[in-house]
Design a protein around this ligand. Sequence first.
Ligand code: SAM
Length: 146
Amino acid sequence: MHERSRSRLTGNPKVRYIVADIYDWVPDMSYDAVTFSFWLSHVPASKLDDFVSKVARCLKPGGRVFFADQRREGLIREVMDPPCGEIARRSLINGREFKIIKHFYSSEEIIKCFLQEGININISNTATLFYYASGVKYHAQKSQVP
Ligand SMILES: C[S@@+](CC[C@H](N)C(=O)[O-])C[C@H]1O[C@@H](n2cnc3c(N)ncnc32)[C@H](O)[C@@H]1O
């Protein structure tokens, strides 16, 4: 992905590439915007709060976040195993099968965990199988969520 991005951006000096495990990575600056797509559903519940907290720390006050992901109805090539867990079996067209983290957070769960970090999130569904979410980090302190 980095190679493809580099070839498209042809060495834009404003772009910094970092190879890291996101859960270990410590941001060294803050940004006007953070975006991630088809990612949140791969974050296990045990790591969700830490991940969202990291997103909040990456954002300047007034900074924006945007993300999109699959809704549960979009689960076509995967089978949840067990049905109520957060592991799915994904089969590829070459016949190989992988177990992946797949957690369909509800809109309420997403809104609540971002609000805890001072980010107000709005979520909309697409006409088909996806949702998209955007939010702004408050200028003030974190809000208190009951
Ligand atoms: C489902 S893909 C989505 C990627 C991209 N948004 C896209 O649409 O192509 C998730 C990506 O996150 C990467 N990834 C998974 N776990 C990661 C981790 N702990 N730290 C950094 N990247 C990770 C995977 O290698 C994969 O490239």
